[in-house]
Write a protein that binds this ligand. Structure first.
Ligand SMILES: [Zn+2]
Length: 264
């Protein structure tokens, strides 16, 4: 019984629904331990949307480049009952094709038939999944470079964090791809806050996160913005007529807020 589906703005995903579903099947929405209490009636959806696949970083034997991208093909080689499966990748600079072992000498019966069929058909969702697979990367000894693979789209029309009367807000962050993004970066970009202002809000408990602000997230999460604590001197009107009083400033609103090209 979740109202979440209702908050997804139309057309926010640039992914083919089938691919998105294939991606999402292995993930679960993470919710802060305290859940969403009563009184949270404002919700926002932020999407780490996909711009492209990560580069596969490993040295090319023909040139000095290290960046590769998948060719879109998977090679399956059967030798009696033993199978080899490779993801084919291509050097960005010289175009040389090389192979990343996905399965080596595995008994044909150990592989799910449907999975094998997807390999043999160069299924795009499988190619995409293998390309982003951190476990495969570790095993095969290459790195993934996520630069330029995502941008943050926010759906946050009128929410002034610095307004003392702002209603509590629940923000669902949905990842279309498992790009590692620092939580702090997500939030400074999403709210248009400076780092110190954001840290202040986290420290004061106004922003409640399911993981540390310095951690990297790579899957869906939900966080809360609760009403600011009121000090006695805070009651009544603010001096100066209610302008922004916390640090930070910067942009707010909707639209692409930040992209992964900023991140090293
Ligand atoms: Zn090369």
């Amino acid at each position: 019984m979740h109202p979440r589906r209702a908050i997804a703005p139309p057309g926010v995903s640039c992914l083919d629904p089938g691919i998105a579903e294939a991606m999402n099947s292995s993930r679960h929405l993470r919710v802060p331990a305290h859940g969403h209490g009563p009184g949270i009636d404002r919700k926002a959806l932020w999407v780490v949307s996909e711009l492209g696949l990560p580069a596969i970083v490993r040295s090319c034997v023909s040139c000095r480049s290290a960046r590769h991208h998948p060719t879109g093909k998977v090679r399956v080689n059967a030798n009696h009952k033993l199978l080899d499966v490779w993801l084919l990748i291509c050097c960005d600079r010289c175009g040389r094709t090389s192979k990343i072992p996905v399965h080596e000498r595995v008994n044909v019966r150990a592989l799910d038939n449907e999975r094998l069929r997807l390999f043999e058909n160069n299924d795009p969702a499988v190619v995409r999944q293998l390309t982003m697979d951190a476990t495969l990367a570790r095993r095969a000894g290459h790195q993934l470079d996520w630069t330029g693979t995502w941008q943050l789209d926010t759906d946050l029309p009128f929410y002034d964090l610095q307004d003392a009367d702002a209603a509590p807000l629940e923000v669902v962050v949905r990842f279309e791809l498992p790009a590692p993004v620092r939580v702090e970066k997500l939030l400074t970009a999403g709210f248009g806050l400076s780092r110190p202002a954001l840290r202040g809000m986290v420290d004061s408990g106004r922003i409640r996160l399911p993981l540390p602000v310095g951690a990297r997230a790579r899957e869906d999460l939900t966080f809360l913005v609760v009403a600011p604590p009121r000090s006695p001197g805070d009651v009544g009107s603010r001096p100066g007529g209610g302008g922004p009083v916390e640090g930070g400033g910067g942009r707010r609103g909707s639209g692409p807020a930040v992209s992964s090209s900023d991140e090293g």
